[in-house]
Design a binder for this molecule. Structure first.
Ligand SMILES: CC(C)(COP(=O)(O)OP(=O)(O)OC[C@H]1O[C@@H](n2cnc3c(N)ncnc32)[C@H](O)[C@@H]1OP(=O)(O)O)[C@@H](O)C(=O)NCCC(=O)NCCS
Length: 193
């Protein structure tokens, strides 16, 4: 179903936006990743625990690099072009080849929250996905008590499809999750902004 890309389906090329660069992560990013991933506020609504040691950031980068190599769903580092620092990640959490769908996810350092970075990065990933891959549906989900993430999805033209009750067991409790999607045929309003 997916168009075969000569460089691999998840080849994760560099993507530039107004303020950001999305690129593959390298070992040089370990300190930046550790600095925000140690923050419990960043980890609260994601499926990983706040990091305790920089070795965990290094292990994450090694894991991601194996996924780049094996052409598996993986994430870009989000670089703030002004400072040159890695301030978050965004990418593919899952995919279904038979259904031509992918699931996306993202997280950003607390010091850049509220500047529109997640929206800017997600719009770029949606454009890239529909323009270069045979994907029909992009999904995302957020915990109900993380409404900022739902707002990002809305600003990216994603439509809320419902609430999945106690879908996840995260950080010691069952949590409700809202499911969003955007289809290839849907409007992407920012294209005409
Ligand atoms: C969720 C997250 C990605 C948002 O990133 P961001 O760069 O701050 O997002 P943006 O600035 O693009 O947009 C945030 C929107 O949420 C809104 N918002 C913030 N807090 C909110 C709240 N408590 N309730 C409702 N909306 C909220 C903002 O006002 C903004 O909307 P607006 O432009 O209409 O004003 C970021 O907070 C984060 O990384 N959190 C930790 C990891 C995480 O939760 N990842 C998502 C897992 S599903």
């Amino acid at each position: 179903m997916f168009r075969s890309n000569p460089y691999g389906m998840f080849c994760m090329p560099d993507i530039s936006t107004g303020r950001l660069l999305l690129r593959r992560m390298t070992m040089k990013d370990a300190q930046d990743i550790f600095e925000y991933s140690r923050d419990p506020d960043v980890a609260r609504h994601v499926l990983w625990d706040a990091q305790k040691h920089i070795s965990e950031a290094k292990e994450y980068i090694r894991y991601m690099n194996r996924r780049y190599r094996d052409d598996l769903p993986s994430s870009w580092g989000i670089i703030d072009r002004e400072s040159g620092r890695l301030v978050g990640t965004i990418g593919y959490m899952d995919h279904s080849e038979n259904n031509a769908s992918v699931e996306v996810g993202y997280s950003l350092a607390k010091w850049v929250w509220g500047k529109g970075y997640a929206t800017e990065a997600l719009r770029a990933v949606i454009d890239y996905t529909f323009e270069t891959m045979d994907v029909n549906r992009i999904e995302a989900q957020h915990e109900l008590d993380n409404p900022a993430s739902g707002r990002v999805m809305e600003k990216c033209g994603m439509r809320k499809e419902g609430v999945l009750r106690q879908r996840l067991y995260n950080k010691g409790k069952f949590v409700d999750v809202a499911l969003y999607s955007i289809l290839r045929e849907d409007q992407r309003p920012w294209k005409t902004e």
